[in-house]
Structures are given as structure tokens and as C-alpha cells.
Design a protein around this ligand. Sequence first.
Ligand code: FDA
Length: 578
Amino acid sequence: MHTVETDVLIVGSGPAGASAALALSTYGVRNMVVTRYASLADTPRAHITNQRTMEVLRDLGVEQDVIAKATPQHLMGDTTFCTSLAGEELGRVRSWGNDPLVQAAHELASPTRMCDMPQHLMEPVLVDAAIARGTDFRFSTVYRSFEQDAGGVTVTVEDRLRGDAYTIRAKYLIGADGGRSQVAEDAGLPMGGQMGVAGSVNIVFDADLSRYTAHRPSTLYWVLAPGATVGGIGAGLVRCVRPWNEWLIVWGYDVTAGAPDLTEEYALSVVRQLVGDDEIPVTIKSSSAWTVNEMYAETYANGRVFCAGDAVHRHPPSNGLGSNTSIQDSHNLAWKLKLVLDGVASPKLLDTYDAERAPVGKQIVTRANKSIAETAPIFEALDGLSPQTPEQLWANIAARKDATEAAAKQRAALREAIAFKVYEFNAHGVDLNQRYTSAAVVPDGTPDPGFTRDPELYHQPSSRPGAKLPHAWLTRGTRTLSTLDTVGKGRFTLLTGIGGEAWLRAAEAQPLDIATVVVGPGQEYEDPYGDWARLSEISDAGVLLVRPDGYVAFRHAGGSEDAERLLTDALRRILGHG
Ligand code: FDA
């Protein structure tokens, strides 16, 4: 059989596969993508793009391309609960960083802003850039099987155009083949949790809904209506794809009864119910059925085979974590593959991918499913969980307007239940607080002070090894740039200040390329606001060694006579030579 060769073969061109290809090509690693269909995603799918993902995209040089196509943060933010778009409004949650206090936290946490970037727009940005930087991309090519040995992986694929099979010999294989991953199954990755917890239908349609949405701009409008608690993701959902005339409805079905027949008539009836205005012209573009899953892989790798994205974490769209986590998986893996392929790191470094990302996957699967359950109190407040008839539900909803003590209680319960949804729509800590524990992180021996506020809601920056480098604005001449802009691009970076010369000499003595950043008055970088001095948790003569993915690998609070030995030992451990 015909065989082609590459260093890293990626199966799948969704957010996980496309970003793996982009990162590897950016780092100069030879890679190839095979993907089943003749085109990229043709429906909007995942869309919420959080600050951490935007930081990754900034590092990979495509942040501005995404911003140019995305719906900006200020149009994402008034998550609205209503009986239909044209019906009664029950309340709102300021979301996705649009609450003034959370907005400040977003500005302080990162040089980037979150945005709404539907998957069918995101994938071309990632794939175009990957191809421009060298990825060998093969559409209409289906993964069939793999065999691995001590030197590499031999993958059999089927070319759907020619109808024949060939093999690809790679040093490493990344299975980014989504929620029904054949690669994960063939690799025997053990899975925890459950598939098919509930049934959902996605309906994509065009309609000018600006009269019901432009005054309360939001990505998500939740509809509490008869049937809205059956299956699905907590309630009916009208999601904005493009403001305010392209939309996606998520509507549940009873998974034990099977998916409904997705005729145009069915789709239109759901749209009519959730929009609540039959006069508005509607064009149905597509409908598809899917299930809510609560499943995660216990391990992400088997030998030379690594899985990323939905292949290893399968969960509902609540909290908007799907493509974010997938892109972040690949960013974590790509630099490790680069250093191992270059012979700089031992293959042991690759074990840290699993150690660092599997706990994140489990956490986000749990969070997303918990968010579904946390919608129920809104229905409970309206006494609307199991009304016998639609009329009874409407009567229960109307009762909140009465001038009675019971109605006052109902109003308070409703306000509280809606406000609690901040855990789904403003969970800044879920987005940014990942802390890694692995062999690629060297603890500095200081006790972990833990999180002082709710770690799901609030981001807490830290320079502890295993945490993401804190963001602070620095200046370099007339330019203002983030600490995050001084790191990444596939390299380790050493940050120090005045008195840190021993660390700079130690960096130069290492066998790998380490960028150096000195912050202080009269240095290349200055800290005019004093933010870095407050956030860095080291003295001027101390040091942070930051990995190519922006996470702190090693820190020493002060200067040291023994800097070269300390840095050499730390790098040996991080690179798997220890
Ligand atoms: P993803 O599923 O995006 O990509 C998998 C890739 O692998 C695809 O390119 C596929 O063609 C390819 N592939 C699969 N098997 C292959 C094989 N054997 N050989 C070659 N290629 C193969 N999320 C959300 O937040 N909001 C939403 O509304 C939706 N809606 C939605 C709708 C639909 C229809 C789907 C499928 C998914 C969603 N999601 C979603 C989930 C979201 O899309 C998901 O979390 C991310 O796309 C995960 O990215 P991955 O790259 O891991 O998988």
C-alpha cells in the first residue's frame, strides 16, 4: 500500500485538530491533517470564546483575524430569561464579562477580550493559518485504524474521492476526531461518565429578530415554556449566531423516546413557539439531533497516540467550554511534541499532557452538566417544573405579579435563581484558574495559599509554578505590551528584574533557546504602573521560568549564588531528563 510520511498526524479539523496543526506549524513541526468531510464545519456549533483561548490565539498570531469576524463582547451580555422572545421577560443576567465588576476583572486578568466566534467561522481562520505555515491538509480522508511500534505510528486512512486506502507513517498521532472518536476507542482510552444523558435538537435559521433582541443584546435567550424541561440543556434556547438575523435554537426531546422526525414543519413549529411571533419570516437552514453527554477520558494518551478535544471530554454547551478546552488541550500538547521531536526533551515530557489536561477535562464536564441542573430552580420559583397543562404554567408565571406575600416570595425566589446562573454565564475562574501539577512544573516549596474567593467565579492570578503567568501591562520604549506578549511563541522565557544577572547567565548556559525579559527602571521592559511588582510574587532579583504555553514552570523568589545549578536542575526535571 502507498505510504506517506509526516512527523505528527492529526485526525480531525475541528477546534482541537485545527489548533494543533496551527501550533505545530507555527513551531516549525512537520504535520498533516486528515479530515472526514470535503469542507470544514458547516453549522455554527461552539461559539463562546473565552479569554484564555483568545490568549492562545494571540500567541499563535490569529487573534486579530478572530476579532475581525467575531461578535464583540458587549453584544454577548444580557442573558435573558423569557416565556418567548415576543413574550414576557422574567429576568436577565449580565454575562460574559459584561457585569461592571466582572468587566473590570476581565480587563485586569488578560490583554484579550472574550468574543462570540461561531465554529464555522473559527475553523477557517485556524486552518487557513495552519496551511499557510506548512500543514499538509487532506479533506475527504477518513481515519480507519492505527498500529504503533517503538519508532512511530502507522495509520490507515481512506481517500473518499478515489475510494482507496493508504497508510501514513507518523512519529506521533493526535486523535482530534470529536465526540465519537475512533482514535480514542482504538487507543483504548478508559472513559468515565455517561453518553446520551438527554436529547437535544439544534435548529439553525435566518430571521430578523432585532425588534426582540437589539435592546437587550445577548448571545443567549432562554425560553421557559411548556415542554422546555423535557431533555435538552435546562430550558429552550434561542442563540444568536450573527446579530440579529441568524439564529440557532436548542430544544430538548425525551431521549428514551428517540429523536423527533426533523421535518421542516417540526423545525418551524419549534421556532414559532420560542420566538412567539408568527408574523416574522423564518428560513430554516438545518436541523440536527444530538445528545447531552457527561463523559471524560481518565487518560488522554497511549504510547505515541494522544487525544484532544471532544474525543476526551464530552459535555453539553453550558458555560461555553467545548471549543475553548479543545484549543487549550492542543496548545498544551504542541510545544511538548516540538521539544521531543527536536531531541531537546525526553519523551517523558509527553506524559505531562495527560497529567495536566485530564483533570481540566473532568472538571469542565462536571461544570457544564451542573449548569444544566442549576436552571431547575428558575422553574421551581415559578412552580413550573411539572404543571399539568400549559395554562397552569402560564397562570403560575402570571402569579408573580400579584400584590400578595406569596407573590413577593415568588419574585424573590425567581431573582435569586436567575442570579445564581452567574456560575454558567460569568464563571471567570472556570475560564482562567487552571493550575497544573505535573513533572513539567517544579514546585518552589512554598505552601499553596489556595483561592481566597470562589475559584469558579473569580480569577486569582498567581505566579506559583503550575499557574498561568499573570498579565500586567509593561512598556518597551513607546510600546505598551502585556507580560503575556513577552512569552510563548514556542519558547521558554525567563523573567527577572534588577539584580537578576545570575539568572540571565544561567539561561545563556542552557542547551536550549530561552528568551530573557528584564523588567525595571532603565531595563528593556519597564513597569510604569507597578502592576508587575504587585503581581509577580518575586523580588526584583528573583526569577520566573515560563513555558512556551504561558504557564510558570519554575520560580525562585530572590537572587541566588547558585542560579545556574538551580535553573539547570529545574529544566532537567521539566524536560524529563531528571
Ligand atoms: P469536533 O467535533 O469539532 O471535530 C472533530 C473533527 O474530526 C471533525 O473535523 C470531523 O470531521 C473529524 N472526524 C471525525 N471522525 C473522523 C475520522 N474517522 N476520520 C477523519 N476525520 C474525522 N458546542 C457548543 O458550545 N455549542 C453548540 O451549540 C454546539 N453545537 C454543536 C453541534 C454539533 C452538530 C456538534 C457536532 C457539536 C456541537 N458543539 C457545540 C460542540 C462543539 O462543537 C465541540 O465541543 C467542539 O467542536 C470540539 O472540538 P473538537 O475539535 O474536539 O471536535
